[in-house]
Design a protein around this ligand. Structure first.
Ligand code: CP
Length: 303
């Protein structure tokens, strides 16, 4: 397979290989000379139709650490605004001899659609509320690094599951590696048939946190919902926000994760986000090694 379109399309041995490769690159990027010449002959286009800080910069840095040539494209400043289609846009970019495309798009299935219509290796950097595979890989990699293994761990994903590509990719990746997954959040933000994915729903945050080893606190994605959604931000923070008092009252020490960007004071307080139990910045650090591994492994099939 020349693409990474979603966790659904890969298996546990692919994940093992990505993690082993990321271990090597993590060691490389901690050296004084952080760069390797592996992808000197590869050209990669990062095309982002939705905003991003972590994913875009992390992909770009990963590509530069591998010595690839990189071009970056933001839809907001492009001819997409003049009505150019996705396929025309990408084919024009590819005619400049681009080998690989990293794409973020608001439409679920956009990366899959692209993979069927253009001749390049495609990496999905988030497609609407569908999948965000590299985020799930870096999340699992961070759990493995902190707790030794993902298998057998209990992970609760808290919050806006309905609009979250991070939730779906994490559910696939965690279960594939033998973790047990619960979701927790208000009924209005939990997909109706989520149990069919083999996860259980725990509506009570305290109970969910008492159960888990790891809590992944998701952002409420106001941009993907009606302004009058229930509960309100204040109600959400009261019922599903994690503060230090709640964290300290648990009977064991759990690991706190968040994919970013954080709404401080809504899903998580600053005290928790910046505490020693939080892995938030470790996740971001690991994102570069994971993306180097994914790009390197896909590029080895092009070269
Ligand atoms: N986690 C994540 O996807 O963050 P960005 O939207 O900033 O890329």
């Amino acid at each position: 397979v020349n693409h990474l379109l979603g966790i659904k399309y890969i298996n546990n041995s692919d994940i093992d290989l990505i993690f082993e490769t990321a271990d090597h690159f993590k060691e490389v990027i901690n050296r004084p000379i952080k760069k390797v010449p592996s992808l000197r002959d590869i050209t990669i286009a990062n095309i982002f139709f939705e905003n991003s800080t972590r994913t875009k910069l992390s992909f770009e840095l990963a590509q530069k650490r591998l010595s690839a040539d990189v071009i970056s494209f933001s839809a907001a400043q492009s001819s997409v605004k003049k009505g150019e289609t996705l396929i025309d846009t990408v084919n024009n970019i590819l005619s400049m001899k681009v080998d690989m495309v990293v794409m973020r798009h608001a439409t679920p299935g956009a990366a899959y659609f692209l993979s069927k219509n253009v001749k390049a290796s495609i990496i999905n950097a988030g497609d609407g509320a569908h999948e965000h595979p590299t985020q799930a890989l870096l999340d699992s990699y961070s759990i493995r690094e902190k707790l030794g293994d993902v298998g057998g761990k209990k992970v609760v994903i808290v919050g806006d599951i309905l609009h979250s590509r991070v939730a779906l990719s994490n559910i696939y990746a965690l279960q594939m590696q033998g973790a047990e997954v619960k979701v927790c959040g208000p009924k209005t933000l939990i997909p109706k048939h989520i149990e069919s994915l083999g996860v259980t729903v725990e509506p009570n945050l305290r109970k969910a946190l008492e159960w888990c080893d790891v809590a992944n606190m998701l952002r409420v994605q106001n941009e993907r919902m009606d302004v009058n959604f229930f509960p309100s931000t204040r109600e959400y923070a009261q019922q599903y926000g994690l503060d230090k008092t709640l964290l300290d009252s648990l009977s064991k020490e759990i690991v706190i994760m968040h994919p970013g960007p954080i709404n401080r004071g809504v899903e998580i307080t600053s005290e928790v986000a910046d505490s020693s139990q939080s892995m938030i910045l470790n996740q971001v650090e690991n994102g570069v090694a994971i993306r180097m591994a994914v790009i390197y492994l896909l590029a080895s099939k092009i070269q």
